[in-house]
Design a protein around this ligand. Structure first.
Ligand code: ATP
Length: 286
C-alpha cells in the first residue's frame, strides 16, 4: 500500500452545532481561525529493505597521508535506524561519503544488501537513497523546481504538505537562486529534508540534516523523518546527542575509529565515551 499523506483534517460535526446556532457560529469561527493541523506523513510498505555493512574499512583521502578511517566495522541491519556520533573530524561524514561510493576504500569492504558497492552502479545507489549531506544541491528556479526532482509526477498538494511539515513558509513559486544562496542555512536544510520526504527511497543517509535549526524544531523535524523512514534503513550523523533514544544503534566514533556501539541505554549504562559526551552536553545546555 502506498499512502503518502493523510490529509484528513478533523472537521466540525455540524449536526451537533445546529441545536445552538450562536455556539455553532462561535465554534465555527474558532475552527476557521486555527491553523490547520500539520499533515501526517504516511508510511510506505515495501519489500525492498537494505542492510549496510562496513567491514574493516580503512580509508585515506586522495593525496593525504593520514587515515580518515581506520579498521571501521559497522553493521546496519535492514530496516534499522543508526546514529553516528562523535567529535568533529572523527570520520562521520567520511562514512556517509563512502556509503555513497564517492571514494574508494583503501582496505576493507562496504556491502549494500550483501553486495559490494564496488559492483553496484553509482546511479543505482543514489536512486535507492534519500540523501541529505552537509552541502546540498539546489539550482536556480523556484521552490517547486527544486522539489519536483525528488520523484516523477509529484502533485503540488504533496509538495505543499511537505513544506508545512518542515515548517517552511514558502510558496511553490518562490524563487531559489543558484546554490539557494537566498536561503538561510536552516531553510536550505529544511528544503533538502522536504525533498527526501518526497523522494522516499528505501535507504536514508542523513548527514547532520538539521544542525542549523534550534533544538525543538530539529526534534520535531527528526520525528517526521523517523516516522517517514518507517521500515526503511536509516543512517543519521548527528552532532547532538538528544533524541537518540529511539535509534536501534548508536555508533560512537573518535579519530577515525569506532569506539563504542549500542543502544542509548546500553551506552549510558556502560559509562564510556557516549556517557561522557552526554554529561558534557548536559552541562553545556543547563
Ligand atoms: P564534522 O563533525 O566536523 O563534520 P566528521 O566527524 O564528519 O566531522 P570527517 O569530515 O569525516 O569528520 O573528517 C574525518 C577526517 O578526514 C578529518 O581529519 C578531516 O580533516 C579529513 N577530511 C575530511 N574531508 C576531507 C577531504 N575532502 N580531503 C582530505 N581530508 C579530509
Amino acid at each position: 500500500s502506498l499512502t503518502i499523506f493523510d490529509n484528513s483534517v478533523p472537521m466540525a460535526v455540524f449536526p451537533a452545532y445546529l441545536e445552538d446556532t450562536r455556539q455553532a457560529s462561535n465554534r465555527l469561527f474558532s475552527v476557521v481561525d486555527e491553523e490547520p493541523p500539520a499533515p501526517k506523513i504516511g508510511t510506505i510498505e515495501r519489500d525492498d529493505t537494505f542492510s549496510i555493512e562496513l567491514k574493516d574499512v580503512t580509508f585515506m583521502y586522495p593525496g593525504e597521508t593520514r587515515t580518515a578511517l581506520q579498521n571501521v566495522s559497522i553493521s546496519i541491519p535492514a530496516g534499522s535506524k543508526t546514529a553516528i556520533v562523535g567529535p568533529s573530524g572523527s570520520g562521520k561524514s567520511t562514512v556517509m561519503q563512502l556509503l555513497l561510493d564517492m571514494y574508494t576504500v583503501n582496505a576493507g569492504t562496504i556491502l549494500l544488501d550483501g553486495n559490494s558497492i564496488r559492483e553496484i552502479q553509482a546511479e543505482n545507489i543514489w536512486s535507492k537513497t534519500n540523501v541529505v549531506l552537509q552541502a546540498n544541491h539546489f539550482f536556480y528556479g523556484t521552490v517547486r523546481d527544486n522539489l519536483q526532482i525528488a520523484r516523477e509526477r509529484l502533485k503540488d498538494e504533496e509538495m505543499k504538505d511537505v513544506l508545512r511539515l518542515v515548517e517552511l513558509p514558502f510558496t511553490l513559486d518562490d524563487p531559489v537562486l543558484e546554490k539557494a544562496e537566498n536561503l538561510s542555512g536552516g531553510e536550505k536544510q529544511r528544503l533538502a529534508i522536504a525533498r527526501v520526504l518526497l523522494k522516499r527511497a528505501p535507504v536514508w543517509l542523513l548527514d547532520e540534516p538539521s544542525s542549523s535549526l534550534d533544538v525543538l524544531t530539529e526534534q520535531r523535524i527528526f520525528d517526521h523523518l523517523h516516522e517517514a523512514a518507517h521500515k526503511d534503513t536509516l543512517v543519521l550523523v548527528s552532532h547532538r546527542l538528544t533524541g537518540l533514544e529511539k535509534m536501534d544503534q548508536i555508533v560512537v566514533m573518535e579519530h577515525g575509529h569506532v569506539v563504542e556501539a549500542g543502544t542509548f541505554n546500553e551506552l549510558m549504562e556502560r559509562k564510556g565515551y557516549f556517557y561522557e559526551m552526554k554529561q558534557i552536553e548536559k552541562s553545556l545546555l543547563s
